[in-house]
Design a protein around this ligand. Structure first.
Ligand SMILES: Nc1ncnc2c1ncn2[C@@H]1O[C@@H]2COP(=O)(O)O[C@H]2[C@H]1O
Length: 426
């Protein structure tokens, strides 16, 4: 609907107009906005869609062996094989909506062969699923900006454990579903309530399972709170994707004629592709939540953002300290692992031989003790009326240097320049 501006009489009284412009600018650095932007740009940076494409390719190969393994676990450990087939059909229809009946026929036929259930058969099933686990592992490492171990054997062992983990999660998923069915049967709620319970429980079960998955397989140690937030949002996105995907298909009826006999394959790969995209977006969100402080500090060691006053103000609010004239930030010989970034004012570094250096806004100090784990090599004294300083913890600097090669490079250049300068003045 078009807005008729000439009919809007009270535009001058709108509360938004009363808000100073810098309040909007400051919002850029408020946590939810900042995290949203950073998550999307990390997804783009890591080529999220192309990782989803390769994951959906591996998943297509892994589907039938995985379905067979889950069928094996269910029919041997929990329920009769007929019931296991029903449960599996529901599970596969969640994973690949239009292709599930084909998979179920294959699973049913293959499961009739005794050889599949022998030791060699089981090993073969596991082996075929490992590339999917491997691709997931490498995606996680890319997102966490961590280098993988080079050993092929160790990686393969991890992949096998990964497959076991994935199977276990599907197994728990089915068990939880079974438990829920029993509870619903017992209370016998109305149809609308059953639907509501179904939806809420789907989100809760998805959140719990995704959270367990991240907790075990994400290479960095992430707090439970961040994992739960990321998992809940991933679960909600995934559940919302079902109607969105249905709409997409109903608007594109022509895929039927374009893909002919391959149409179910097209839909399944498409569905897997978007499932992985949502999953990777959730992973980026968790990683961003984990690094949010570090990401905010990144601007200090590169080019300051355009709205640098608001940016520095936000950093001062969170990590800042104001020192008064003649106050010491630290003394030579003290132990400490923080790094100090000067926003305003001047600091004098006084070395034991009497050499003095002055540093001011935009400069930082204290990195030597942090990097070498040794005492401070100089006194740091404020020589202006006051000095506004952002204090950065060793943990944050370490994560920043490990995850951002550009920042690490600038850090090195800064140190080399200091050394050059010291050599000149010797
Ligand atoms: N030659 C130098 N020029 C400028 N700053 C220096 C020099 N040598 C040391 N510093 C800084 O002075 C700080 C004193 O505390 P740290 O040893 O933690 O880290 C040191 C560096 O950040």
């Amino acid at each position: 609907m078009a807005i008729k501006l000439n009919q809007v009489k009270d535009i001058g009284n709108h509360p938004a107009l009363a808000m100073p412009l810098n309040a909007y600018a400051r919002r850029r650095y408020r946590t939810p906005f900042f995290i949203f932007r950073e998550t999307l740009s990390a997804f783009q940076l890591h080529n999220g869609f192309s990782i989803s494409a390769s994951l959906s390719f591996y998943a297509m190969f892994a589907l039938i062996p995985m379905a067979l393994l889950i069928f094996f676990m269910l029919s041997h450990l929990v329920v009769s094989s007929n019931y296991a087939i029903v449960k599996l059909a529901i599970l596969t229809s969640n994973l690949v909506p239009k292709f599930s009946h084909r998979i179920m026929i294959e699973v049913y036929n293959v499961s009739k062969h005794q050889a599949v259930w022998g030791a060699f058969g089981m090993f073969a099933l596991f082996w075929i699923v490992t590339p999917l686990a491997g691709a997931l592992r490498s995606a996680f490492h890319t997102i966490a900006a961590m280098v993988e171990e080079p050993s092929f054997i160790k990686r393969k062992i991890k992949d096998v454990i990964g497959v076991l983990g994935i199977l276990l999660l599907f197994f728990i998923f089915t068990l939880m579903g079974l438990g829920l069915e029993k509870v619903i049967d017992f209370f016998n709620p109305s149809a609308t309530h059953t639907k509501l319970i179904d939806n809420v429980s789907s989100i809760v079960i998805c959140t719990v399972l995704i959270a367990i998955f991240y907790r075990i397989f994400f290479p960095a140690r992430i707090s439970l709170k961040n994992i739960l937030i990321g998992s809940a949002i991933t679960g909600i996105m995934w559940i919302a994707m079902r109607p969105a995907f249905g709409l997409f298909l109903s608007l594109n009826q022509s895929y039927d004629t374009v893909f002919g006999g391959m149409k179910n394959m097209f839909i399944s790969i498409g569905w897997l592709y978007y499932t992985f995209a949502v999953f990777l977006l959730g992973t980026e969100l968790i990683s961003t939540l984990h690094k949010k402080d570090v990401l905010l500090l990144r601007g200090l060691f590169g080019e300051l953002p355009k709205d640098k006053e608001h940016y520095l103000q936000e950093l001062m609010n969170r990590y800042g300290k104001i020192y008064q004239r003649d106050e010491y930030v630290f003394r030579q010989g003290e132990h400490g692992l923080d790094l100090y970034y000067i926003v305003m004012g001047k600091v004098q570094l006084i070395f034991p031989g009497g050499t003095i250096r002055e540093i001011g806004p935009g400069d930082y100090f204290g990195e030597m003790a942090l990097l070498t784990d040794s005492p401070r090599v100089a006194d740091a004294k404020v020589i202006t009326d006051h000095a506004d300083v952002v204090i950065i913890s060793a943990d944050n600097i370490e994560t920043l240097l490990m995850g951002e090669p550009k920042v690490a490079m600038r850090f090195l250049k800064h140190m080399a320049r200091r050394l050059q300068h010291s050599n000149h003045t010797l």
